[in-house]
Structures are given as structure tokens and as C-alpha cells.
Design a protein around this ligand. Structure first.
Ligand code: SF4
Length: 558
């Protein structure tokens, strides 16, 4: 263990307000790991909520670990130190449970890097009873955990607050020496999935033939867990530190899920049913943030769908506080909302037109029109909010070259609308992302657009807008969209590609070259209606048949 690493941990902890430190004696030590930097991990409210939730249980002591930054990583290697937890600087191997939080597929590879740095064997079958149990949860693995199946002992599917309580009860009930026995027990708990207890067989063409439990005691399908009462647990920042995306903001969850049905989006299935938190609870929690003198960051995919959204904002502003929102639906921007945002010093708002044309907006079922977008822009600018971030998706089903030109035209019309309202123009930032097919959405049958074609589309947008002042175009590289699709759509065989990419330090092209597995099978192929998907065994409360009908409806609008 080196002093440099210990000191760097101390520097992070010194800047934190709200760190929980507990004594280990007689408790179950859990290391909660965010497989990305401290900055990214601590900006994630879900990660912070789980940290507080686990530490609120008397039988648990929960510490954190992150993917070390490059310099620190080198220091770990130079000093041959296994990865240490942030709070007590203990090696991960000394914990009973190592729990990964995985909201994004892009972090799958980091999970392997962290296991290696922690000197924990990568594959579950190589780990004996002395090695901590490796568990994982979060949005990405709740949709499709299969590419990580060989590396993780147990997955939490869905919202994990209550599942953790049941899991720990079972964990305490079984002799610590017997991991296998415990996993067999845990697999019976709703929302828990133990991949080693299921077998997948494939036909000659490589399609999944069967996905079946290896013993009769575990269920055929794993039911997603969801929290019936979203007020049951506090849902706000645990730790405040300037070293996050949100700086020293106090984050507050307003609602879970989304009542809209955009066909590309997995939020609906992940957090079904849509739930608002009670206004009394929200006010109580917002007041906690105000007492700490903080700006309140309101979190939720459908903020304005809360019946007391403006009331909550007014309460915060009346008390001398400030509100902040990451993005809001265009059709939810009213003069009252814009006024409250402006009063809070908001100078930038993000909205997501998603597409350049009205036709394609109907295909994806976005639920608002161009007229509503322009009206939202008018209201915002009239209130002095003259910086806009606009999110667009390219490569959507039925998209044509005219739809791409439509993005250029819409951006120009928005700029024109802003100029009409106010002479001095702020910044307009277009954020262009490729469409990634997601499990449990109507577009799960659709392939990823070709990388070459996506590059061409980005070029058209950039060219169309390049000479326009105060307007810039940011975009995600299509090659990363390809990898994300592979990890979103892949089955257990993709684990071999992950392993190769890990061995080549993230060099995916050489991993693909060195494998007999063709990733295009999962990325570029339009799937058949009757195909068995790797994630079909998860019960999200949605019928596959209904999603298929939605998909066909969308294609028919093309
Ligand atoms: S894209 Fe936004 S509005 Fe549409 S379903 Fe997803 S979260 Fe809701």
C-alpha cells in the first residue's frame, strides 16, 4: 500500500460533506464500486442512494471504490497494490461483497479492469469461497446482463432497494463458507438473477434455442423488482462534493420512470410503472438541501409530469433557493416554468427534439411537434434563457437523408426564432448521438445503422451548420455506438469479446480480429419477430407481442 494512494483518497474525502464512516466489527463489509472515475460515479444519484441505503442497515458497513485515474492506476501497478476502498483503504478482497453499479454499457469493460486491479479472478467459476461475492445492478444490466454473465455471481434486476434487504437476510442465513448454497437460495428471491444457474443453448445458425434453469428450484423467468412506494427511502444526495458534474448541488429525485412512450427509449420499461414522489416528502427533502445552502437539482425523466412540479419549484425559489434541471420536455415549458428557471439563474436549458422532421418524430412517438419546440424556444428566450442544448438521434428506423437535412433546417429555424425574440444570441449546441437499440423497447428488433453511413450523416449536419455563428455541433463517434450496441444486444458469447478487449487494453478492433465471433451478428442484423432474445427471461411487466406491434406501427409510418 502506498502513501500516495492513501493521500489521494484523503484529499477526496476532505472535500466531501456527508461521508458515512462505520466501524467494521461484526458487520457485513460491502464495497460499492462505480466502474468509472470518482467524478462520474459521484455525479450519479442512484449510486449515492445505494451507498446511503446500505449504510442505513445496522448489519452492513458500505464503502466505495472507483476506477482510478491514469496516474493513480500507474501507482497501483508500480507499487503492486490491489485496488483499495476509498474510506478505509482496505483491499477489495477483504470485503464480503463487491457490488458494481452499472448504469451504462460503456463501463462493462471497466468492471473487468477493476476485478483485475483488485486481484480478483475475472470469471465466477475461478473464484472460490474465500473471494468476495461479485454482484451488479443498475439500468444497463437490468435490461440485459448477459454479456457479463460469466463474470458476475449475481445480478439485481430492477430497483434494488428492497431486494438488497432480502438478499442480505439470505446472506446472513447461510454459512459464509458456502457461496454455492447461498446463490441457490438467493436465486429464489424476486429480482435476483444468478447466471450460473441457467443454461443457454444455440442452434446451428447461432440463434438462441433455449434458455433454461439448471434446477427446478429457480424460476424460469426473473421478475424485475420495483419500489411500490417511492417515498419509502430518502431520495436525495448523500454526499456533496465540488468534484462532481453537478458541483455542490443537492440532487432530489422528483419521480421515477416516464409516462411517455418514445419507441427508442428504455426508461419506460426499466421504471414501469411511472411514479411520482409525494409533494410533502419532496418539500421536506428540498428543505434539507436548502438548509445546507445548496442549489436544488431536480432529477426525473418527466419532471413536469409531477402534478406539483411548479409548486415545488416555487417553494424552493420563495425560500431563497435556486433550482436546476438537466433537461425538460419541450411541451412542458410554460412561461411560469421559464420564469422560475430564470429566477434561479438558469441560462441554459436542454431539450430533445430527437429528429429533424415531424414524420420521424411520429415514427419514434416523441409526442410533441415542431410548433411546440419553437414555442418552447420563444418562451425560454423571452425569459432571458438564451443558451440551448438540443439533443438529436441519428440512424433511427425509417430515417432518410431528408430527415438528416431536416436536423440542419430545424437548428436554423430554432436559431431564427431566438433571434426574432432577442437580438443578442447565446450558444446553441447540437448534441448528435447514434440510435442504440435497447432491450425491452419496440425498437429492439432494429439494427444499428452502419458506421460509414452514420459518419456521412454527421458530415452533412456539420457542413450544413458550420458557418453559423454561436452554433456548434457535438457528436458521439459512431464506432462507440457500435460497441454500445454490441453490449446492449449481446448474449453470453459476447463475454469472450469483452475478455479479448480487456486483454488488449480496450483495443476493440484487434479483439474482433482475434476472435472467430462476428459482432455484426448482434449489431447489424434486423431480428425476426419470433427470435428468442438473450434478455427474454426478464419479466419487466411488458408483453413482447405488444412491443412488436409498436415496432410494426412505427415502420408503417415510414
Ligand atoms: S425519451 Fe424522454 S420523454 Fe421519451 S420515454 Fe424516454 S424519458 Fe420519456
Amino acid at each position: 500500500m502506498t502513501t500516495r494512494i492513501i493521500l489521494s483518497h484523503r484529499r477526496l474525502l476532505d472535500k466531501e460533506e456527508g461521508t458515512i464512516t462505520k466501524k467494521w466489527g461484526g458487520k457485513i463489509p460491502i464495497c460499492l464500486v462505480f466502474p468509472n472515475s470518482y467524478h462520474v460515479g459521484m455525479s450519479n444519484l442512484g449510486f449515492q442512494l445505494l451507498y446511503r441505503h446500505l449504510n442505513s442497515l445496522p448489519e452492513v458497513v458500505c464503502e466505495r471504490a472507483f476506477l482510478p485515474e491514469r496516474k493513480q492506476w500507474e501507482e497501483y501497478l508500480r507499487s503492486n497494490t490491489p485496488l483499495l476502498s476509498l474510506e478505509s483503504c482496505k483491499p477489495l478482497l477483504q470485503f464480503h461483497i463487491v457490488a458494481f453499479s452499472l448504469p451504462f454499457e460503456n463501463d462493462f469493460l471497466h468492471l473487468l479492469s477493476i476485478l483485475q486491479l483488485a486481484k480478483i479472478p475475472l470469471r465466477s467459476q475461478e473464484r472460490d469461497d474465500r473471494i468476495p461475492l461479485i454482484v451488479a445492478g443498475g439500468a444497463a444490466v437490468s435490461l440485459n446482463p448477459e454479456p457479463l454473465a460469466p463474470f458476475v455471481d449475481l445480478f439485481f434486476i430492477g430497483e434494488a432497494e428492497e431486494a438488497w434487504i432480502d438478499f442480505l437476510k439470505a446472506f446472513q442465513g447461510v454459512d459464509r463458507g458456502s457461496k454455492k448454497e447461498f446463490l441457490e437460495e438467493a436465486a429464489k428471491i424476486e429480482g435476483l438473477y444468478v447466471p450460473a444457474l441457467y443454461q443457454v443453448t444455440y442452434d446451428q445458425k447461432g440463434f438462441i434455442e433455449a434458455f433454461s434453469p439448471l434446477n427446478k428450484k429457480v424460476p424460469d423467468r426473473v421478475k424485475k423488482r420495483w419500489l411500490k412506494d417511492p417515498n419509502r427511502f430518502p431520495s436525495h444526495s448523500t454526499i456533496i462534493t465540488p468534484l462532481t458534474e453537478f458541483k455542490e448541488m443537492f440532487l432530489l429525485e422528483v419521480n421515477r420512470g416516464c409516462p411517455m412512450r418514445c419507441r427508442f427509449c428504455a426508461v419506460r420499461s426499466l421504471y414501469l410503472p411511472f411514479r411520482n414522489r409525494d409533494i410533502d416528502v419532496l418539500i421536506e427533502e428540498a428543505d434539507l438541501g436548502l438548509q445546507r445552502g445548496r442549489r436544488i437539482g431536480l432529477i426525473g425523466s418527466a419532471l413536469a409530469d409531477h402534478p406539483h412540479f411548479t409548486g415545488l419549484c416555487e417553494h424552493i425559489v420563495k425560500k431563497g433557493g435556486k433550482i436546476s434541471i438537466a433537461s425538460i420536455r419541450a411541451d412542458a415549458i410554460t412561461p411560469q416554468v421559464a420564469h422560475l428557471l430564470a429566477q434561479s439563474g438558469h441560462r441554459t436549458v436542454a431539450i430533445a427534439p430527437e429528429t429533424g422532421s415531424e414524420r420521424l418524430r411520429k415514427v419514434v412517438q416523441k409526442g410533441f411537434t415542431e410548433e411546440e419546440i419553437l414555442s418552447a424556444v420563444k418562451i425560454l428566450v423571452a425569459h432571458g434563457i438564451n443558451n440551448l442544448r438540443l439533443y438529436f438521434i441519428i440512424g433511427l428506423p425509417t430515417e432518410s437523408w431528408e430527415d438528416i437535412e431536416g436536423i440542419v433546417d430545424l437548428a436554423k429555424r430554432i436559431r431564427h426564432q431566438m433571434l426574432k425574440e432577442r437580438r443578442e444570441l447565446g450558444e446553441i449546441t447540437l448534441s448528435i448521438n447514434p440510435f442504440i437499440p435497447k432491450a425491452w423497447t419496440p425498437f429492439q428488433w432494429h439494427p444499428f445503422d452502419e458506421v460509414k453511413r452514420l459518419k456521412e450523416k454527421i458530415k452533412i449536419i456539420k457542413r450544413g451548420l458550420q458557418k453559423i455563428p454561436h452554433l456548434r455541433v457535438l457528436y458521439e463517434l459512431p464506432k462507440w455506438g457500435y460497441i454500445q450496441t454490441l453490449l446492449s444486444m449481446g448474449d453470453r458469447r459476447v463475454a469472450q469479446l469483452l475478455l479479448l478487449a480487456h486483454q488488449t487494453k480496450g483495443d476493440w478492433p484487434s479483439a474482433f480480429k482475434n476472435s472467430y465471433i462476428n459482432p455484426d451478428f448482434w449489431v447489424y442484423r434486423e431480428k425476426k419477430k419470433e427470435e428468442t432474445f438473450p434478455w427474454d427471461f426478464i419479466d419487466h411487466g411488458l408483453q413482447k407481442e405488444t412491443l412488436w406491434r409498436e415496432y410494426i406501427k412505427a415502420l408503417n409510418k415510414g
